[in-house]
Design a protein around this ligand. Structure first.
Ligand code: ASP
Length: 334
């Protein structure tokens, strides 16, 4: 029987009802829940649990991603797969970050959670948990998000609903498996070329700007300084931005580049890719040396930048590596 390690980090799945309106972070021990509510789990796998922390995932930060990576590393040889119980709010960030810092992953790392606490009768927790554990027994060397009968590559996922059981989507990459009466993998496992290891480091000297019509570029100038090494811009459509008149962002971009701040342009549109060659402003960005986020999610483009900045002091090296896939997070045009 496969050995699965469940790592508890908190989120709604571990919360209790506070009053009629809200949830609170006092948790039942998850093993009580597992033993009492779903005894069938012992038929799927041999399960052990680590209670790493109990946090609303909005409170999670890169130090927590590193703790998670280290926990997986310490237990890597003792288990066949890992299930991380996690709040949904920042699950896609954690999944993306882990996909970059777990190198040569040869086992499944599945994140799941729930929209309703597991202690509540209508909760989606047990379904998500059972699916996640089952996926963690499969030949899948991926960091993935398993939620509401879907399993998506983690660094392609985004939280797309706050109130529906179907909380996640993967706008630019197909599901890794179809979960129905049976589970069928849409996935060909590629053996890891080298030994598993971790490179846990994330530099948070990054910033994310979501453009809107009327954004005053003067308000962005304060960002320029030693505390920022890279800025990800969520632009319009294919990666368009104001490129003329008093709202033009070009002077701001030029100032950033003069200060060796890396600039990445992505899209506010969830589906498809930023394509800087299509419109005039994008072409100007290209000629300045601004990087395109391609079809990466914002979560992936941000955590990838944090990861690469931690690995490299040299911004030219980061620029060079940014559009190359690390863990299948970006589609490379052939
Ligand atoms: N606020 C919660 C969290 O992300 C939401 C959830 O788990 O669904 O921790």
């Amino acid at each position: 029987m496969k050995r699965i390690l469940i790592i508890q980090t908190g989120g709604t799945i571990a919360m209790q009802i506070k009053d009629s309106a809200g949830y609170t972070q006092t948790s039942p021990h998850p093993s009580d829940f597992l033993e009492n509510r779903i005894p069938e789990l012992s038929g799927i796998a041999h399960i052990e649990i680590i209670d790493l922390f109990f946090k609303d995932s909005s409170d999670m930060n890169p130090a927590d991603w590193i703790t998670l990576a280290e926990t997986i590393n310490e237990n890597y040889t003792s288990f066949d797969g890992f299930v991380i119980l996690h709040g949904t709010d920042t699950m896609a960030y954690t999944a993306s970050a882990l996909s970059f810092c777990l190198n040569n992953l040869g086992k499944p790392v599945i994140l799941t959670g729930s929209q309703i606490p597991m202690a509540v009768i209508r909760s989606d927790a047990s379904r998500n948990l059972i699916n996640a554990i089952e996926m963690a027994t499969m030949p899948l060397n991926e960091v993935a998000i398993c939620f509401n009968d879907h399993i998506f590559r983690g660094n392609r996922s985004t939280k797309s609903s706050a109130g529906d059981f179907d909380a996640f989507s993967s706008p630019n990459y197909p599901p890794l498996a179809d979960i129905g009466l049976n589970i069928s993998l849409n996935y060909q496992i590629t053996p890891s070329p080298a030994k598993f290891g971790i490179t846990p480091g994330f530099d948070n000297r990054v910033f994310l700007i979501r453009l809107f019509p009327g954004l005053n570029p003067d308000n962005l100038l304060k960002l320029i300084g030693p505390d920022i090494r890279a800025i990800i811009v969520e632009a319009f459509g294919c990666g368009n931005f104001p490129g003329s008149g008093r709202h033009s962002l070009l002077p701001f971009f030029e100032k950033c580049l003069e200060q060796d701040i890396l600039l990445v342009i992505g899209s506010q549109a969830l589906q498809d890719a930023a394509d800087l060659s299509k419109y005039e402003s994008g072409r100007m960005a290209q000629s300045l040396g601004i990087i395109s986020a391609g079809d990466m999610t914002t979560e992936a483009s941000l955590t990838k930048m944090m990861y690469l900045l931690a690995m490299h002091d040299n911004h030219l090296a980061v620029r060079d590596l940014y559009n190359r896939p690390i863990a299948g997070e970006i589609t490379v045009k052939s």
